[in-house]
Design a protein. Structure first.
Length: 127
């Protein structure tokens, strides 16, 4: 067994695809449009769905934003150099909400990015 994907509801599908591909460096893996059901999907990730977990971006027609509530935390992604990754994300127009540095009470280097819908993404330094 393995985790297949995480679904995020988004207010503008193309804006989210652009963020995850151009800012975060993922690939657009596939899309599905269901006009009769009034939603569209885009799957993005760093590798193929058959090998890695991916993110499913779901756009429900007519909904341009969501209240994230207080239950959602973040998605975590490993990078070999979090500071360099933050620099690239900033240069691509992304929003860093916590700069690269050690986690409180520890030594692991982390940072946080916010996507266009307000979802948080933790960057964790792993070689």
């Amino acid at each position: 067994m393995r985790i297949l994907h995480t679904m995020l509801r988004v207010g503008d599908l193309q804006r989210s695809i652009d963020f995850y591909t151009k800012v975060m460096g993922m690939r657009l893996l596939r899309t599905t449009d269901r006009p009769d059901q009034k939603y569209s999907l885009a799957f993005v990730g760093y590798g193929e769905e058959s090998e890695q977990a991916v993110i499913e971006l779901t756009y429900n027609y007519g909904t341009d934003r969501y209240d994230l509530g207080s239950g959602y935390g973040h998605i975590a992604i490993a990078f070999p150099d979090v500071k360099a990754t933050c620099d690239k994300i900033r240069a691509a127009g992304g929003t860093i909400t916590r700069d690269a540095g050690p986690v409180k009470g520890g030594t692991t280097v982390i940072a946080f990015v916010q996507d266009p819908d307000g979802y948080k993404i933790e960057l964790i330094e792993r070689s």
